[in-house]
Design a protein around this ligand. Structure first.
Ligand SMILES: NC(=O)c1ccc[n+]([C@@H]2O[C@H](COP(=O)([O-])OP(=O)(O)OC[C@H]3O[C@@H](n4cnc5c(N)ncnc54)[C@H](OP(=O)(O)O)[C@@H]3O)[C@@H](O)[C@H]2O)c1
Length: 332
């Protein structure tokens, strides 16, 4: 093969579903591999809600937007197929920021070797962004204590499902907020959560009160949405709210109104946002914390794999419709 396919971002989302109008599918010539370089054939790439932020024009976010006319940003995993680099050999498996493209020419910056004998899907679902985010947010921001009650939104998603399982393993009572009965069933009956609430159902305050009889100590927020108001009303004194994501607001021109700040004073709450790029230097420590839970079989996952590079274009909408059942991955 002398050419390969890449997908460039050519327009910013304006609200509404993501589609082909935002992207240009291009054929590129395979590059010549120079001294100190190697060529990677990407096998699986991760789709993440963060991509909506990366596509938006906001220059004040935690990471610069993807420039129009350049390859869409994403992380992925692949194999070295040609190398003139002293430390990377043909056959090495590597992961890192690869973008929406079949091949990547690299000098090694930002790519790490993968040596654990796990499938690409498992690595992207647990040891990449989802597991690192869950570990950082739960332990370093949420500071869980045995016996406390944690509520997590987006609970059947890739981050939320790991947060809940880690908290269960630490001896907390864990309630998950999800958008379908099937997801509620999965987190309770497969993952061992203590309860689930469908945020699209009625009587949310009553359901929450029933499932959190001793109040809520930690709220791990992945979505936003109106249930946030009910959760804040049930927070215990000195509770912690870990603000990881607000997917309900990403497609809206105007975000939802936030809950009143009065309970923040009365309950002396701590509300803290975090983003993973601040913690990429902490990855070894985060993996050291996460890996034993995985090895003890305490972290189950499911990945939702789409076929073919171009499936990423409309696949991104699954995050808003809730169609993704687990970690959304594109198999190239
Ligand atoms: N801070 C960081 O560094 C960081 C890193 C990674 C991810 N995140 C954030 O963490 C959150 C979860 O990411 P993920 O990769 O694990 O995605 P995910 O949970 O696997 O997928 C997104 C899920 O959000 C739910 N959702 C969509 N619209 C919603 C709405 N209006 N109200 C409530 N729920 C809604 C859907 O599930 P239902 O069917 O249950 O509605 C959907 O499946 C995202 O907000 C993401 O931006 C942050």
């Amino acid at each position: 093969m002398t050419t390969y396919t890449a997908i460039n971002l050519i327009a910013r989302p304006q609200g509404g579903p993501i589609g082909p109008a935002l992207f240009d599918v291009v054929q590129k010539k395979l590059p010549i591999v120079g001294q100190g370089e190697f060529l990677v054939k990407q096998s699986h790439m991760s789709l993440d809600p963060a991509m909506f932020g990366w596509m938006s024009p906001d220059p004040d976010s935690y990471i610069p937007p993807v420039e129009l006319g350049t390859v869409m940003r994403s992380s992925g995993i692949g194999e070295v197929v040609e190398s003139n680099h002293p430390d990377f050999y043909v056959g090495d498996r590597v992961m890192g920021m690869m973008g929406w493209q079949q091949y990547i020419l690299s000098n090694g910056a930002g790519l790490n070797k993968v040596t654990v004998p796990l499938t690409d899907e498992t690595i992207l679902s647990i040891f990449a962004l989802p597991g690192l985010t869950a570990t950082q947010g739960l332990f370093n921001v949420g500071k869980p204590k045995k016996g406390e009650t944690l509520v997590v939104s987006g609970a059947a998603g890739s981050v939320g499902s790991i947060v809940g399982q880690l908290a269960k393993a630490e001896g907390l009572r864990v309630i998950g907020i999800v958008g379908t009965a099937d997801k509620a069933d999965w987190i309770v009956n497969e993952l061992g959560f203590d309860g689930a609430i469908n945020y699209k159902s009625e009587n949310l305050a009553e359901q929450l009160a029933q499932l959190t009889p001793e109040g809520i100590d930690i709220y791990f927020e992945n979505t936003g949405g109106s249930i946030q108001h009910h959760v804040v009303n049930r927070m215990n004194a000195h509770g912690r709210i870990v603000v990881c994501g607000m997917i309900a607001d990403y497609p809206k021109a105007q975000p939802d109104l936030a809950p009143s700040w009065i309970p923040i004073i009365k309950k002396r709450l701590t509300i803290q946002g975090f983003t993973m790029p601040d913690h990429f230097g902490d990855i070894p420590q985060l993996l050291e914390k996460l890996t034993p839970y995985v090895m003890q079989g305490k972290i189950k996952h499911r990945s939702h794999t789409l076929e073919g590079l171009e499936s990423a274009i409309t696949g991104l909408n699954f995050f808003f419709t809730g169609q993704n059942k687990g970690k959304l991955i594109v198999k190239l």
